[in-house]
Design a protein. Sequence first.
Length: 421
Amino acid sequence: MKELKVPELAESITEGTISEWLVNPGDHVEKGDPVLELETDKVNVEVNAEYSGVVKELLKEAGDDVEVGDIIATVDENGEAGGEADTSAAEETKAEAAAVAEAPAEEKKEETKVEAAEPAAANKNTLATPSARKRARELGISLDEISARDPFGRVRPEDVEEAAKPKAKPAKQAKDDKSKQSAKTEFEKPVERVKMTRRRQTIANRLVEAQHTSAMLTTFNEVDMTAVMQLRSERKDKFLEKHDVKLGFMSFFTKAVVGALKEFPYINAEIQDNEIVLKKFYDVGIAVSTDDGLVVPVVRDADRLDFAGIESEISRLGKKARNKELSLDELNGGSFTITNGGIFGSLVSTPILNTPQVGILGMHTIQKRPIAMPDDTIQIRPMMYLALSYDHRIVDGKDAVQFLVRIKQLLEDPYDLLLEG
């Protein structure tokens, strides 16, 4: 019998949560076959079988937290697939039931006394599957109060669920309960508790950490998107035909950010102990919203990519993020981040730093507004508010404001950006 353990995942990952088992007891697996999906604080990874054989027993359930090195299942290298695990479990249960039936009367009597005095001990002596025991603990139900439908007397999860269902009450008791219910306070109204996923917990911790470890400040400006929208309208069809990718807004903003970072290097930096590390590369993180929360895959060497290269990379990373297929390499690092709340209709917000980075640019929805032009006329223009959150420990307010002004200038005259890309 071989043990299946949680393998070494990556240097920064030591634990995870079992998201889903891909095999059942009795299934045959080949070495290298995926057996479960493990959710870590960064990505979901598949754990593969280290041996060929038949899955004998699953020692952990979906939702359980595990660490590297934990034994999570057993594999019989000489077993045959097709319900062998279930058969052995039934035989084991039958043997247990027979042993209980053949126990001396005095011993049974003594056990009854112990059960009456110690419910916990009674639970241990009751025949039940591990998942049934776990569910009974969650619901606060004693196993010895549950009627098993299994022919061998073993309590299963469905028996626990059935026992947890409310029983019909006599009319008088129901009336009394209704009176008590009407007297309950507003704090006793129905609620639902949902366990936070490991990734959601990590996101929460990182956001709180960012506010606790940095002197975060946000400055705002607005950009007239007329020129970008006009240029995009002129070039989008030829761009799609030539590069097989759409010309979106993100490539303009990424190019503008890279140009501004080159002029203000302290915003492309981080603090390590008592030193400021100025980064001579431009790996731009693009925040992507998924069902499990926000992830920030990184567009590597964005300064070396043209518009088509940036759009293709953002499209590729976004798709992988939504399909939970991002690798650790695609998430690690990054020197600056862009987040676009505008796709959800946000008019203005204060983005939180993606530490240890010291700057993050927030984009917002484009809204037509009356704008006073240089010739004192009033025109309706498509405007977007921009927000730059920065770490005031190493970025001065003057540099932050000028950085945002520079992005505004590059976007309001984007033809140079396109020529450079």
